[in-house]
Ligand binder design. Structure first.
Ligand SMILES: *Cc1c(COP(=O)(O)O)cnc(C)c1O
Length: 380
């Protein structure tokens, strides 16, 4: 049976144009960017060209972009690298994060607390998942090593007021990192937001899996987490993944080139899903914020319904959705994000996430919502 994909927040397919741009760099132009000779120079030029394209889009210097193996590594490098440098520099040991972060931030912060004598404090968030700026301001003092808040939430779709959070941190001289892995394909992000560090992963914006980057403002000190060769200006050792880096730059360029066209498509589809579900299922709860929300993202709680059972029933009916973040598939634990927002244990097990993409049609949306209504009747 054909399956219709509604899980673009988990990953996206590689755009054909992106794949095309990657192919020459696998075998024809296979050089090591660190080699001095002709082959090396060609590969190095491709990596530096990709770095320049990404920097142009973000509005920063190419030297502020570090290539990594993906969103998780970028988050790890941002958190660990910054807090170790801040501790060495001024003894700062407090880490402030929101309680609705991706596990790549949450579990990294918790390990830093458990094993490395940092303390983690959670910045209160409003019921829609948006950081409470006033409370953050009260928590911020110069002994904070790093603040990290998610840009666009993978589970509930909420977009944080990143510029305001950044200004709050800047006023106290505290480095500010944002995990923009989910948001980068859906928000026209630039360094005008004033964050100090930003994580990205290519497979969330129609690039390949296993490649990402970290933006780091020049003035922010970072202790390398992967040591070895002098690649990436000594911030991240290891021979660069040339074809994937080229593909990531192509993917980001494409997503910006057709930004308005895609936004219009996503918004129409997303709002139709929200409209149909909220009128047909009166007790359905839209999680996250209705307005400050990723353009392709709809997430709900259906009280009394087992979210995982619904996901499985929909899969049998030919529709791929998720019950929260992809890492939790098959895990009957309630969603930590929903618990942090104050939902009950039961409601935190009753969520589903529907995310649309470039090839989703209105017809797909209507078939999906019909399937949801009939599955809900069956599994009740
Ligand atoms: C997908 C995702 C990550 C992890 O990125 P990978 O490239 O899969 O390692 C981190 N944070 C958020 C918000 C994500 O959506």
């Amino acid at each position: 049976m054909e399956h219709t994909y509604f899980d673009y927040a988990a990953t996206t397919p590689v755009d054909p144009e992106v794949l095309e741009s990657m192919l020459p760099w696998f075998n024809g132009e296979f050089g090591n960017p660190s080699s001095t000779h002709w082959y090396g120079q060609k590969a190095d030029a491709a990596v530096e060209n990709a770095r320049g394209e990404i920097a142009d889009i973000l509005g920063c210097s190419p030297s502020e972009i570090t290539f990594t193996s993906g969103g998780s590594e970028s988050d790890n490098l941002a958190l660990r690298g910054t807090v170790f440098a801040q501790k060495r520099k001024q003894g700062a040991t407090r880490i402030l994060i929101s309680p609705v972060e991706h596990d790549a931030v949450l579990k990294t912060a918790r390990q830093l607390e458990r094993e490395y004598r940092f303390t983690v404090e959670y910045i209160p968030v409003l019921p829609n998942g948006i950081v409470d700026l006033e409370k953050l301001d009260h928590m911020l003092t110069s002994d904070v090593a790093l603040v990290s808040t998610i840009y666009g939430n993978n589970e509930i779709g909420t977009i944080n007021p990143i510029h305001n959070i950044a200004m709050c941190c800047k006023a106290k001289g505290v480095p500010f990192h944002t995990d923009a892995v989910q948001a980068l394909g859906y928000c026209a992000i630039t360094t005008a937001d004033e964050f100090d560090l930003l994580s990205a992963g290519a497979h969330k914006f129609y690039g390949p899996k296993g490649v990402g980057f970290l933006y780091k403002r020049q003035s922010i000190e970072l202790l390398p987490m992967q040591t070895g060769g002098a690649q990436e200006r000594n911030i991240r050792a290891g021979t660069q993944n040339v074809p994937y880096i080229v593909g990531m730059a192509t993917a980001l360029k494409l997503s910006r080139k057709r930004f308005l066209e895609y936004q219009a498509l996503y918004l129409g589809l997303r709002d139709e899903i929200i409209r149909l579900i909220t009128i047909s299922i009166p007790n359905a709860i839209l999680t996250g914020d209705l307005v400050s929300r990723l353009s392709n993202h709809a997430s709900f709680i259906f009280p009394g319904v087992d979210g995982n059972r619904l996901v499985m029933a929909l899969d049998m009916a030919g529709f791929c959705v998720s019950s929260g973040s992809a890492c939790k598939t098959g895990n009957p634990e309630p969603s930590e994000v929903l618990l942090a927002l104050g939902y009950s244990q039961g409601n935190a097990r009753s969520s589903i996430r529907i995310t649309v993409g470039r090839s989703t049609t209105m017809d797909d949306v209507h078939k999906l919502t019909d399937a949801i209504f009939s599955c809900l009747e069956k599994i009740h």
